[in-house]
Design a protein around this ligand. Structure first.
Ligand code: SF4
Ligand code: SF4
Length: 279
C-alpha cells in the first residue's frame, strides 16, 4: 500500500507525521518525494547504498533541416522554444520534456536528447527502506524524479509512506495519483484551511480517498473539522499544540522518539487507513 502524506502548504508538520508514521509501522518504506527540498534524512540519518540518475528529454534542433516555420514554438505550452530570424532558441530550464515538438516538426529537424535533472538515492534507515529524490536547483519540475522514486518502491515490501512536496503542483498530483490513500496534514489557521481545501480538491479529483491530521491542534481547530464534515472527509488524528514537539523537531528528533506515547496513536492511524483502503 502506498500512502501519500501531503499538505496544501509548507510548515504544517507533514514530514513529522510521515517520518513518525513510517517509524511506527513494521517494515515500512519511507519515500521522501519532496525532491526540491528533501529533509526526512535529517531525522533518520540513512545510509545511502545506490544512486540512480534521472534524465529528461530536451529538444535539439538541426538547423540544416529547419525552415523556421515556427510550428514547434507555437506548440510548446511552456515557451521553451523561440524562432528568431534564422535561429531556433531552446530554453532547457523551461522545457518539461514532453517531446511534443519532436512530433509536430514537419521536417524532422528536432531530436530529443537526454539531460540529467537530478537523482534518486536508495538506502536504509533504522531498518526501513529509505528512498529520496533530489532535483537540481535549476530544474523546474520534479515529476520525473518522483516517478522514479515510486518505481523504486519494493512491491513485495511493507507499506510505502510517501512524504509529498508541499502545495498542489504537478509532482504532488503525481504522488497522490499513484497512492491508495492521501493523508492530508494541516494546521487550524485560515491559511491552513485555504490550502487544505486545494489539496482536498486534488485528492477528490484524482479519486484517491483522503483523511486529515490536524497538527498544532488548539482553540480554533473547528474551522478544519467543519470543512472535513462538509466534505465527509475523516479527521484521523489531532496533534495538540505543544512547544516541546517543535523543540524536538528543531533538534532533528522524530515525534515518536521524543514522545514514545505517540507510537500507538500512529499505529492506530495506520490501521484505520488500512481499513479504509481495504473496504
Ligand atoms: S517545427 Fe521544425 S522546421 Fe519548423 S521551426 Fe521548428 S524545428 Fe524548424
Ligand atoms: S519537449 Fe515539450 S516542453 Fe520541451 S520544448 Fe518541446 S514542446 Fe516544449
Amino acid at each position: 500500500m502506498k500512502i501519500a502524506v501531503a499538505s496544501g502548504k509548507g510548515g504544517t508538520g507533514k514530514t513529522t507525521v510521515a517520518v513518525s508514521l513510517a517509524l511506527s509501522v513494521p517494515d515500512a518504506q519511507l519515500v521522501d518525494a519532496d525532491a526540491e527540498e528533501p529533509n526526512c534524512h535529517l531525522f533518520l540519518r540513512p545510509s545511502i547504498q545506490r544512486t540512480i540518475p534521472v534524465y529528461m528529454m530536451v529538444p535539439h534542433v538541426d538547423l540544416t533541416k529547419c525552415d523556421f516555420c515556427r510550428k514547434c514554438a507555437d506548440f510548446c505550452a511552456f515557451n521553451a522554444l523561440a524562432v528568431v530570424k534564422e535561429q531556433v532558441l531552446v530554453f532547457p530550464e523551461l522545457c518539461h520534456g514532453c517531446t511534443g515538438c519532436v512530433y509536430v516538426c514537419p521536417r524532422e529537424a528536432i531530436v530529443a536528447r537526454q539531460r540529467q535533472i537530478g537523482e534518486v538515492e536508495i538506502g536504509a534507515a533504522r531498518g526501513m527502506v529509505f528512498i529520496q529524490g533530489r532535483l537540481k536547483p535549476t530544474e523546474p519540475s520534479a515529476v520525473r524524479i518522483v516517478r522514479e522514486e515510486i518505481a523504486q518502491i519494493d512491491p513485495k515490501g511493507g507499506p510505502a509512506i510517501i512524504d509529498a512536496s508541499p502545495g498542489t503542483a504537478c509532482a504532488v498530483q503525481d504522488t497522490i495519483g499513484q497512492s491508495q490513500f492521501c493523508l492530508l496534514v494541516t494546521e487550524p489557521t485560515p491559511f491552513g484551511l485555504h490550502d487544505l481545501k486545494m489539496a482536498m480538491d486534488v485528492a477528490q479529483e484524482l479519486g484517491v480517498p483522503s483523511g486529515v491530521v490536524i497538527n498544532r491542534n488548539g482553540a480554533r481547530d473547528s474551522i478544519i473539522e467543519d470543512e472535513c464534515r462538509k466534505r465527509n472527509i475523516p479527521v484521523l488524528l489531532k496533534i495538540p499544540f505543544d512547544r516541546r514537539v517543535a523543540e524536538a523537531y528543531s533538534r532533528g528528533q522524530p515525534l515518536v522518539d521524543a514522545f514514545p506515547e505517540w507510537r500507538e496513536s500512529l499505529r492506530s492511524l495506520y490501521r484505520e487507513i488500512e481499513r479504509r483502503v481495504m473496504t
